[in-house]
Structure formats: structure tokens, C-alpha cells
Design a protein around this ligand. Structure first.
Ligand code: IMP
Length: 416
């Protein structure tokens, strides 16, 4: 519902219990899911968050960009921890992140970038749109000679570009060798996931579609150009999987009880003071993928309301409420005020307009530190916190169903 890092992994892991298929539909290894499963904590980037359910089918759908090295590394790590990855399906039409994408991401970032994760995401999606220089998972099914020839042809084109931009030429023959080796390892998982998923739906199976990043990082609807290169909003789940819009019957939005963002771009409720630092430390707000400190600020309901509109959100999971425990006062942004003093509750499409917006806050008396573990329902929560939750629901006109106060699955209260 915000700029990513809402700790969706935990909610997906929880919801995965009730589903048969768990599907990633956008982004690549720019994402970072920290999942606590039993005693172990996993930091995953590419595979769906439902990987810890061996019996369920995990799908990397066509909208994802796949770095083969990351995929193989994560498969190894998960299998080494004792979880079978037998039931993984990788779409035939997903695009691959190649070494030149990573190099070009770095070069573009050097010349006035947007603070990407430097995982090659933008260049890989650019090649998807460009077509002739793209490599897809389907190419991994080619015979070795054809695959090698394709990699060498594209690699030479990319080396010309990299050279012209002052970068170091890549060893294309080595990349071809690596891709051939990766193809052998990944091939068993590659399948037509559009038919797999629609077939599952036809049989009445339950499918969970897991978005990566956040609504405000959506390439069409986010704070462009400070966005990622894919469509993570609910519509993107359709193009990213081949599941039709009419098959989607529930949208769960995950929002943090405050706001964070990594990378550059306007952020109206940002706290650049000691309080922002306190939230960062207490909330452990450092990137899973890059380790960068996340920028922190108050909950911005203009942002969440906008995200809810784009996604058609039916219910909310509000996360990391414990980070706000014991605060004397807390604030929630309910509207923006433009330079001319005019108020709006609409999120502006243009970041120059957004940069001029001043948040209009509603202040709340904070709730005391209390023992979350003893709270099993909304009525067990401090009354200030209950009021806070009711206010958020009323402002958004969306029920809050889950309240989360820690990384473990058990640290969740189903309040509705
Ligand atoms: P890219 O996706 O690496 O191209 O980065 C573009 C922007 O999206 C940067 O501001 C990144 O910090 C941000 N971004 C990408 N993935 C994530 C994520 O999973 N969580 C939060 N921010 C992300």
C-alpha cells in the first residue's frame, strides 16, 4: 500500500496456509522478504514467500524478471534448510536478468539515477519492451548451440553500448557458458504457468498472488520516475500471470503503521529528526536487499487511500504497530496542503506537485507499552490504539483485518 517494505512476506506466508498456489507476478530480486519460519529467518529476494510449504505449488509468473543466479542460490539455500522445492513452476515467458542489465543499471545510476537496487531491473524490463535484445526463460529450453548463439549476439550488442558509455566490456563467452549451465538447472521448473494457474482455478484451487515492492513504486501509478519498472498494483497481477481480472475475488492490502521509503523521491511525511531515527532503529528499517537505511515518517493516509483506490483493496493488514508503542503523541497525515493553501486528499500524479505538498496531520495520544502477547482481540488492546485503528478504518473506508506486532506468524491479531 506504500513504497514497499511493508513486511508483506510475513502476511503472504500466513495467508499461504489457506491457499494451494502462491504466485509472484512482478519485479525481481530487487524485492526483499524477511521470513521467520520456525526458528529460522530467511532473507529471500526472488522466490515466492510461500516457499516453506513443500506441498503447495509456488509459481514465478511471467511478469517477474528472473536473475538465474539468484534463483539457483535461493533454491539451494531453501533446500539446504530442508524444504523441498519440487513444486516450483517458473513461467516460460518470464524475462531473464543478464549480467549486462546489472552493469547498465550501475552506469545509469552513476549519471544522476533514482537510487535503484542495482539489480538490473530497469534494463531488463527495458529489453522486455525492446524485444530484440531480450532473453526469456523460454530461451533456456533451446538447444545449447542456439542458446549460446543468442547470448553471444545480444552480448555483443550490449558490449558496444557498455563500451560507448565508458564501462568495461563483459566476457560474453563466459556469460554464454554460465547461461547454458543455468539452463540445465532451471529447465525442470519451466512451464506454461498461464495454463497451470487457470487450470488450477478451474478446479476450484485457491491461488494467492503476491505483489512485490509497493503501489507507490508501480511504474504507471507510482511516484515516477522514482519507481520500479513493473506494475505491482492489482491489475499487474493479471498481466503478470495471465489470470483474468474476473477471477480475482479479494485484494488484501498490507500497510505499515508508519511510512518508509528507500531511494530518492518526494516523501511528504518524512521525519528527518531524532524521531525518524528512533523509528528506523526500533523498526529495524534497513533494506533487506541493499542494507540502505530506510527513510521514515508518519502514516500517510493520502498515500494509502490512493493505493486502495488503485488496487480495489477489500481489507487491510496493518503492520509494525509495536514500533509505535509508548509514544506520547503520534500523527497521521489526512490531507495535503499545496503551496497556495488549498487542501486536497488526492495524491498528485506529478512529483513536482507532490514535492510542494505539506502534510495536514491529525494528532493522537499514544498508547502505553503493553504486553502484545496477551492481546487476542481488538478489545484487549489499549483504548488509544483501538481509537487509532478505528480512525484509520473510517478514513479509508476499509476494514483492518490483521494487526501485526512482530515478524513471527503468531505475532498477529485477527481483529475482524
Ligand atoms: P529498482 O527496482 O532496483 O529499479 O529500484 C527503483 C526504486 O524502487 C528504488 O527507489 C528502490 O529502492 C525501490 N525498490 C525496488 N524494490 C524495492 C522493494 O522491494 N522495497 C522497497 N523499495 C524497492
Amino acid at each position: 500500500m506504500q513504497w514497499g517494505d511493508e513486511a508483506k512476506g510475513k502476511i503472504v506466508d500466513m495467508l499461504a496456509q489457506e491457499h494451494d498456489y502462491i504466485v509472484r507476478f512482478n519485479g525481481g530480486d530487487n524485492a526483499g522478504h524477511t521470513i521467520r519460519h520456525g526458528e529460522k529467518t530467511f532473507k529471500l529476494h526472488l522466490v515466492p514467500s510461500g516457499v516453506f510449504y513443500p506441498e503447495k505449488t509456488k509459481v514465478i509468473a511471467n511478469g517477474v524478471v528472473v536473475n538465474p543466479k539468484t534463483l539457483l542460490k535461493e533454491l539451494q539455500e531453501i533446500e539446504a534448510a530442508g524444504y523441498s522445492m519440487k513444486n516450483l513452476a517458473v513461467s516460460e515467458s518470464a524475462h531473464l536478468i543478464m549480467p549486462w542489465h546489472i552493469v547498465l543499471d550501475g552506469i545509469e545510476e552513476r549519471s544522476g539515477g533514482i537510487g535503484t537496487t542495482k539489480k538490473g531491473i530497469g534494463p531488463a524490463y527495458s529489453d522486455k519492451a525492446a524485444r530484440v535484445t531480450a532473453v526469456r526463460t523460454a530461451d533456456l529450453l533451446l538447444d545449447e548451440k542456439e542458446l549460446r548463439a543468442k547470448i553471444e549476439r545480444i552480448g555483443e550488442v550490449k558490449n558496444l553500448i557498455i563500451g560507448a558509455l565508458g564501462g568495461e566490456r563483459l566476457d560474453v563467452a563466459k556469460i554464454a557458458d554460465e547461461t547454458v549451465a543455468a539452463a540445465k538447472a532451471i529447465r525442470p521448473y519451466i512451464t506454461d504457468t498461464r495454463f497451470l494457474l487457470n487450470g488450477a482455478l478451474a478446479k476450484g484451487k485457491k491461488v494467492l498472488l503476491e505483489g512485490a515492492q509497493g503501489g507507490l513504486l508501480d511504474v504507471d501509478h507510482g511516484t515516477y520516475p522514482y519507481v520500479t519498472s513493473s506494475n505491482m498494483t492489482a491489475g499487474g497481477a493479471c498481466t503478470g500471470t495471465g489470470i483474468p481480472p474476473s477471477a480475482i475475488n479479494k485484494v488484501v492490502g498490507v500497510a505499515k503503521a508508519y511510512t518508509t521509503r528507500v531511494g530518492a523521491g518526494p516523501f511528504p511525511t518524512e521525519l528527518t529528526d531524532a524521531l525518524g531515527e528512533k523509528i528506523r532503529q526500533k523498526g529495524g528499517e534497513f533494506g533487506t536487499t541493499t542494507g540502505r537505511p530506510r527513510r521514515c515518517g508518519w502514516l500517510d493516509l493520502v498515500v494509502v487511500r490512493y493505493s486502495a483506490m488503485l488496487n480495489g483493496t477489500n481489507e487491510l493488514a496493518l503492520i509494525k504497530l509495536d514500533v509505535l508503542d509508548g509514544m506520547e503523541e503520534l500523527k497521521v497525515c489526512v490531507a495535503y496542503e499545496a503551496g497556495n493553501g488549498k487542501r486536497t486528499t488526492d495524491f498528485p500524479a506529478d512529483i513536482n506537485a507532490l514535492a510542494k505538498m505539506k502534510p495536514v496531520y491529525k494528532a493522537f495520544r499514544g498508547w502505553p507499552v503493553f504486553d502484545w502477547k496477551k492481546a487476542k482481540a481488538k478489545k484487549d488492546l489499549p483504548k488509544e490504539l483501538q481509537e487509532y485503528l478505528s480512525f484509520v478504518e473510517k478514513e479509508l473506508k476499509i476494514p483492518i483485518r490483521y494487526v501485526s506486532y512482530g515478524p513471527a506468524r503468531e505475532e498477529t491479531i485477527i481483529v475482524r
